[in-house]
Design a protein around this ligand. Structure first.
Ligand code: CU
Length: 489
């Protein structure tokens, strides 16, 4: 009896429906299925960020970052997820086009992994490229939950053919620990280009803030951190990236933060960006350094042609001094790692797409305005999309946007707040079509930073029916209303 894995699974479905399958075949099938391809255990334990710097965090399989999971595009996998904590969990497969049932968002209807319980999930990984997995529960005011924890790890889906020309791959996960609340300051957004803001959005946002402060409201809570790490170790306390002169190293960089935007530079070297959010660029683009929004990924080749011992780190001095960096050490070189600040550089998504931007006309344009209601919820900012805040206590809310399968949609996102929002669309890949007034095309992503008082447009095809969550990837923003649901009609 020659049944492929896929046939087995459909046979299994048929079995539930009462179709005949000999008991011997059924037992063989069950035996085949008793061991999952991957087992992920969620538990809380101490993690050492540096000598004498031990934090208690919830993590996958007792480690941070979680183990790199390598899948093959189109080859079904089963994953057993055990939850050894006291709170329900969700494991989200970020950047994959999979059904809502296994996507890992309660808002879409994915069942929770119960406290001290398990769930077996099965899906066909796609599309190929650098993805990741992370928890998708709301943390609210509990800074031990959600992405404030260590529940983050890289996923790499091998393409059917791999044309890469590089000597080796290095995965870097950037993540802060020891979060605390503070009363908000202003977010630095000088790095985004174009810098053009929309007057109407600025007027709306500034007058709302002025009115709130005039009523005696303080600024809403923000989250800050004490410890900064790459691959779970503070700068100087992890294994260096050991390289040889002339080597081409492909770095897969993941911003696993709960809400921070990161930068990364390596003195004397440049980055040849080959993919964003795991999706190959139309043409690789060379940049002096990287800016990476929450949940974004960048794959970039660094040619090792400047021997020495270097700090590859965040350009923010304070964050780097508190650990956000990793040592790059050339063979035959030793000594104290050197940091040289790069010239400030801007980040313009449109630089990564072809100049002659041309994209198909969408079937429909959906307008969305993002707004902040300062300190409106017990001191936390409340967030709205078109005036609607996602209900705090409810998992599945009524979908705000209805899609038709096969149609191409344009989301015209207008940010009436001064914060940068890393906007994420579940279960789909979108194309950047306009960044702060500049037309672009060909850059495929699943997260995009929308600058303060700016307008950004993304296009996507409704090709994966089912409930689809749209949200800001800052944990603090999504938890306080910055979410919306799409459904397909
Ligand atoms: Cu946000």
């Amino acid at each position: 009896m020659d049944l492929s894995r896929r046939n087995f699974l459909s046979a299994g479905t048929a079995l539930v429906g009462g179709a005949a399958l000999s008991s011997r075949a059924a037992i063989a099938w069950m035996a085949d299925e008793t061991k999952a391809d991957y087992t992920v255990t969620i538990a809380t334990q101490p993690i050492e960020l540096a000598p004498n710097r031990i934090v208690s965090v919830t993590a996958y399989n007792g480690q941070f970052p979680a183990p790199l999971l390598r899948f093959k595009e189109g080859v079904r996998v089963t994953v057993d997820v055990h939850n050894d904590t006291d709170t329900p969990e969700q494991l989200h497969w970020h950047g994959q086009s999979i059904p809502s049932e296994v996507d890992g968002a309660a808002e879409e209807g994915t069942p929770f992994i119960p406290p001290h319980g398990s769930r077996r999930i099965s899906f066909v990984p796609r599309p190929s490229g650098f993805r990741f997995y992370h928890t998708h529960v709301r943390a609210g005011a509990d800074l031990s939950l959600g992405q404030y924890s260590g529940l983050v790890g890289p996923v790499y889906i091998e393409p059917k053919n791999n044309p890469g020309r590089y000597d080796r791959e290095v995965f870097l996960t950037l993540k802060e620990f020891q979060p605390t609340f503070s009363r908000g300051g202003d977010m630095d957004m000088d790095f985004l280009s174009p810098s053009a803001t929309v007057k109407e959005l600025k007027d709306t946002g500034e007058s709302a803030m002025k009115a709130s402060l005039a009523k005696g409201m303080p600024k809403g809570y923000e989250v800050g951190y004490d410890a900064f790490t790459i691959n779970g170790r503070m700068l100087g306390h992890g294994d260096p990236v050991r390289v040889k002169q002339g080597e081409r190293v492909l770095f897969h960089v993941l911003n696993g933060s709960a809400g921070e935007i990161r930068s990364l530079a390596l003195p004397g070297h440049t980055f040849l960006v080959v993919a964003m959010d795991g999706n190959p660029l139309p043409k690789p683009v060379r940049v002096p350094g990287l800016w990476i929004g929450t949940a974004e990924r960048i794959s970039a080749i660094v040619e090792m042609n400047h021997p020495g011992v270097w700090v590859m780190g965040d350009t923010g001095d304070d964050d780097r001094r508190h650990g956000m960096g990793i040592v790059v050490e050339y063979a035959g070189h030793s000594g104290k790692p050197q940091w040289i600040a790069p010239h400030p550089f801007h980040w313009n998504y449109a630089h990564f797409g072809p100049a002659d931007a041309h994209t198909p006309t969408p079937d429909e344009v959906i307008d969305m305005t993002f707004a902040k209601d300062n300190a409106a919820l017990d001191g936390f900012n409340r967030w709205t999309i078109n005036g609607v805040s996602y209900p705090l206590k409810q998992m599945m809310a009524a979908p705000a946007f209805h899609l038709k399968r096969g149609k191409r949609y344009r989301l015209r996102m207008r940010n009436a707040s001064d914060d940068i929002h890393p906007i994420h669309l579940h279960r789909h890949t979108f194309e950047l079509t306009r960044i702060a007034g500049q037309a672009t095309s060909g850059v495929l992503k699943d997260v995009v930073m929308v600058g303060g008082y700016q307008e950004t447009e993304i296009d996507f095809t409704a090709d994966n029916p089912g409930m689809t969550l749209f949200h800001c990837h800052q944990q603090l923003h999504m938890d306080y209303g910055f979410m919306s649901l799409f459904d397909y009609v």
